[in-house]
Design a protein around this ligand. Structure first.
Ligand SMILES: *[C@@H]1O[C@H](CO)[C@@H](O)[C@H](O)[C@H]1NC(C)=O
Ligand SMILES: *[C@@H]1O[C@H](CO)[C@@H](O)[C@H](O)[C@H]1NC(C)=O
Length: 481
């Protein structure tokens, strides 16, 4: 009898001692939420379970007999959103799964597990996190807001924003505020705000997150105004202007902006080698233009603009032209100084000179490399003949290069100017010869004239002759003395 009492006591203790956990749950809208309800495995018969929501009544219920009931509001097009998988029952896990959760599912749930006369009740708070971007279909430059809603809002929670998996740092022009029930980021739709936005909510030691994509339609390349495009004098260059795929702008034009109107742009003349006619390979939203042969004066600001859905979009870019200036070669040493010149070197942090060597097959290889903006070389040395390239670097790597040719003729400067100076020298030489010829002719004519005059006065000639003969004789005598 005593033993029986003891056993009964132990069983009672075990029955009432069933411990269950209470948990906060944060779930992203549209995902599956798992509401935990774990109890110690029941030692005897299967328990009765009731899952209910504070304002919606029964969600799911199972009687001791095994009969199951579901709340009518939990089916979506005939598919049950809420279920309690049997496979876990043996381990005392009566967790409720809700698929495709929405904001209305947020709230207090309770799980009641009945073992005979004993029962345990757990309360689970489900909070739904939703990130929304409005308005949808964002055109570049429009106002846009990204908000993080948690239903019900957990007071005292921390909210952090991540953009493309890195913490979002607040910048000027972008505001973020926390009103009582959400966190909002507002700004102008630009490349800076484009990407995957994630709202990370921390509450009572747990963390939940939700994401949304912000895509901005407009000119995607270049992505920012005042992008610099580098080109060497004489080379061809492409000025990029690519709209979002599928976006075909109307009234698409290219302008060159006059430098004095930086703030209020006034269109200037486009260079003669400028071409904006599309190539056959271009897609309809590619509006890039090209310059076939860049001149040093072609530098400056260019602007590509077009109208999308009644909104004028434009992107400006700066063409930076590079050239090489050479000093007049010194006559003594034949050395020459080459200087790498850019119309705007503000982004250049480093210059490098390389000697480009071609082998018999015409394959290019790089010879010696020297640092610095200027290069001093002796042309006399055969090793220095050929092509020299100045490479210029920015913070993110190479920006471009410009080449210079040193020709075989020592003392002559490179490029086209050598041919020119040869011609000039020849012309000068010829003119000089002609001049001398003319002078000689003139002198001969003069002599001829004089002789003619003297013939007219033969007596005078004899007098001149005698006087000169007399003088000569006198001089001779003086020498003899
Ligand atoms: C030229 O190319 C051939 C084969 O392509 C190769 O065997 C030869 O070595 C090359 N010559 C030079 C000078 O690089
Ligand atoms: C200069 O730039 C062109 C085009 O980017 C490249 O093909 C060439 O190899 C470069 N030359 C040197 C010497 O770096």
């Amino acid at each position: 009898m005593l033993l029986e009492c003891f056993i009964f006591g132990v069983i009672t203790f075990l029955m009432t001692g069933v411990q269950c956990e209470v948990t906060e749950v944060l779930a992203e809208a549209g995902s599956q939420a798992v509401l935990p309800c774990k109890c110690s495995p029941s030692p005897s018969m299967p328990p009765a379970i009731i899952w209910s929501k504070a304002d919606k009544g029964t969600v799911w219920r199972k009687e001791k007999s095994g009969l199951q009931y579901r709340g009518s509001s939990w089916s979506q097009k005939g598919i049950q959103r809420a279920q309690c998988p049997h496979s876990q029952f043996e381990t005392g896990d009566y967790s409720l799964q809700i698929n495709n959760v929405n904001e209305e599912d947020g709230g207090m749930y309770s799980c009641r597990v009945e073992h005979g006369d004993q029962f345990t009740k757990n309360e689970v708070m489900l909070r739904i996190i939703k990130v929304s971007v409005s308005p949808s279909g964002h055109i570049w430059g429009n106002d846009v807001s990204i908000s993080c809603d948690v239903t019900p809002w957990p007071y005292g929670a921390t909210v952090q924003w991540m953009l493309n998996n890195s913490p979002f740092v607040h910048q000027t022009g972008i505001t973020s505020n926390r009103d009582t029930a959400k966190s909002v980021v507002r700004g102008k739709a630009t490349a800076r705000l484009t990407g995957n936005w994630t709202c990370v909510v921390g509450y009572k030691g747990i963390e939940g997150r939700a994401s949304a994509m912000l895509t901005v339609k407009g000119i995607i390349q270049p992505s920012e105004d005042n992008t610099k495009v580098y080109a060497a004098v004489g080379s061809a260059v492409t000025l990029p202007c690519v709209f979002s795929p599928g976006l075909i702008p109307s009234n698409q034009v290219w302008d060159k902006l006059k430098p004095e109107f930086l703030f209020e742009p006034a269109p200037g003349q486009l260079p003669s080698s400028f071409s904006s006619s599309p190539l056959s390979s271009q897609l309809p939203w590619e509006k890039s233009a090209s310059l076939k042969e860049v001149a040093f004066e072609d530098d400056g600001k260019y602007r590509c603009s077009g109208t999308i859905e009644g909104q004028r979009l434009s992107r400006s870019m700066q063409l930076v032209v590079a050239k090489i200036d050479s000093s007049i070669p010194s006559k003594k040493t034949g050395s020459v100084t080459l200087t790498c010149q850019l119309t705007d070197p503000s982004e250049v942090i480093d210059y490098e000179w390389v000697h480009v060597v071609y082998d018999l097959n015409g394959t290019q290889s790089v010879g010696s490399i020297q640092k610095g903006k200027t290069l001093s070389i002796t042309k006399v040395s055969e090793d220095n003949w050929g092509e020299w390239a100045c490479r210029f670097y920015g913070k993110e790597g190479i920006l471009g290069n410009v080449t210079y040719h040193i020709q075989l003729m020592s003392g002559q400067s490179g490029q086209k100017s050598s041919g020119l100076s040869q011609n000039t020298a020849a012309t000068v030489g010829l003119s000089f010869l002609l001049l001398i010829l003319l002078l000689i002719l003139a002198q001969m004519y003069k002599n001829h004239q004089r002789r003619k005059r003297l013939f007219r006065y033969p007596a005078l000639e004899t007098i001149v002759h005698t006087t000169s003969n007399e003088r000569e004789e006198r001089e001779r005598n003086q020498v003899k003395k």
